[in-house]
Design a protein around this ligand. Structure first.
Ligand SMILES: [Zn+2]
Length: 222
């Protein structure tokens, strides 16, 4: 998970302007199937700006959601504050509450919104600095790499646990495949400018699992 600057992208004014009107109409619908259809119909207008904002990556696990290499990964729009809770109805069509997500993160989170024992929420990659809460670690061995998202705060802990960032075999396998060559690059990058340049490219927001490349670069600085 990396920090995303939401102010960098703005959806069409029309989408922002209609949020209140759509919410009012939605609350008037009685059947849950009608409500679901109504939300799906209007929310899809946000997909293009969300894809731009999140670089076609899941906001939470950093997997590409549109990829020729991984056709099983599909995109979803995640409501950070769950849409089923009446206290968050006013955020169903709010730009700030919408995130691009892979299907797995979307399904696992569902309508959950856990808080720590002191009442603090999970990490919001647009409002919080994920690297103040999470660590991005690896164990390198001849047969491969095991990558782990660790935590340094209670908010980090509930975020890792909620999205099961270390327990999803497909995610952990794919992450290891991407990070293994980066680890090799980081060894050369100490005195090889080309290797360092490639590692810096892998740390850009558009790169898959960029948080791990950033952690490797930080290690070089120390
Ligand atoms: Zn994800």
């Amino acid at each position: 998970m990396i920090k995303i600057n939401r102010a960098a992208v703005r959806p069409r004014e029309e989408l922002l302007r209609h949020a209140d009107e759509w919410t009012k109409h939605l609350i008037g619908l009685n059947e849950s199937s009608s409500r679901k259809k109504y939300i799906a119909k209007h929310i899809m207008g946000f997909i293009r700006p969300l894809r731009t904002l999140f670089n076609d990556k899941c906001a939470f696990c950093e997997s590409w959601v549109v990829s020729e290499r991984n056709s099983s990964v599909q995109r979803s729009i995640e409501h950070f504050h769950p849409k089923v809770l009446p206290c968050y109805y006013d955020q169903i069509f709010r730009w700030e509450n919408l995130f691009l997500s892979c299907r797995d993160c979307n399904n696992i989170k569902g309508d959950k919104y856990p808080v720590t024992s002191s009442g603090e929420p999970i990490i919001n990659p647009c409002d919080d600095a994920p690297d103040e809460h999470l660590t991005f670690e690896y164990l390198d061995f001849p047969g491969g790499v095991i990558t782990t998202v660790g935590y340094i705060t209670p908010r980090g802990k509930i975020t890792v646990e909620l999205f099961e960032l270390n327990n999803r075999s497909d995610l952990v396998k794919r992450r290891g495949e991407v990070v293994k060559p980066l680890i090799q690059l980081s060894r050369f990058a100490v005195d090889d400018t080309e290797a360092r340049h490639l590692l810096e490219e892998a740390s850009l927001a558009k790169a898959e699992y960029a948080a791990f490349a950033r952690a490797l670069l930080n290690q070089l600085e120390q």
